[in-house]
Design a protein around this ligand. Sequence first.
Ligand code: SAM
Length: 212
Amino acid sequence: MNIVQDSIQDYLFDLDRIGDFEDPVLRNMEELGDRLGFPIIGPLVGGLIYQIAKLAGAESVFELGSGFGYSTYWFAKALPDNGVVHHTDMSKENIEQAKKFLSLGKLAQKVRFHQGDALASLDKTGGLYDIIFCDIDKDQYPEIYPRVKKHLKKEGVLIVDNMLWSGRVVQGDPSAETKGIKQLTELLYADKDFFTTLIPLRDGVAISYRMR
Ligand SMILES: C[S@@+](CC[C@H](N)C(=O)[O-])C[C@H]1O[C@@H](n2cnc3c(N)ncnc32)[C@H](O)[C@@H]1O
């Protein structure tokens, strides 16, 4: 199921091109994602996380599941010179590619790379963050909840991708991935410490503002 109608999606992409940053590194990364069939957040959600980071005045971001660094790149672009984005991924190859792209964009000095399980990297690194961004395997989504409670600052923002999962969240899909996504969604909406909005952009992006 397409979350956004094709014609509306095309309209949004066209608008995005008008307001483009003209960043050739981002375009290269998008082409690589297309070529490999690798699921990056894409330019529309990229623009959204950039804007949230700017609005929040974020200086610290911890990403869970960063792939070859496309979402990392958008955050690094938004952060001030003293800002830090933590990139996490299981794959050494993805990390090497991310380092290359972030260096090309002259943003690598803002990024710390962690290879291995993203949740273990957060446990090990510790600290408090202005933004936590989640894009790991979907069956693991509920496991981020206690970590977010521990490591997201008050007035910080949790951003979670794929929260509509191509519509499977309303199709009775019994998979562990869909169950994981729905469980995290329910935890966030039920938690009075957070104000959550699920935006039906691309594959669904949940934005949870931490109120206390
Ligand atoms: C959807 S991709 C991330 C895309 C990236 N956020 C972007 O938009 O550019 C998910 C990535 O998370 C990694 N991953 C999944 N579960 C993980 C985990 N528990 N720990 C570390 N990496 C994980 C995968 O290797 C994959 O590269």
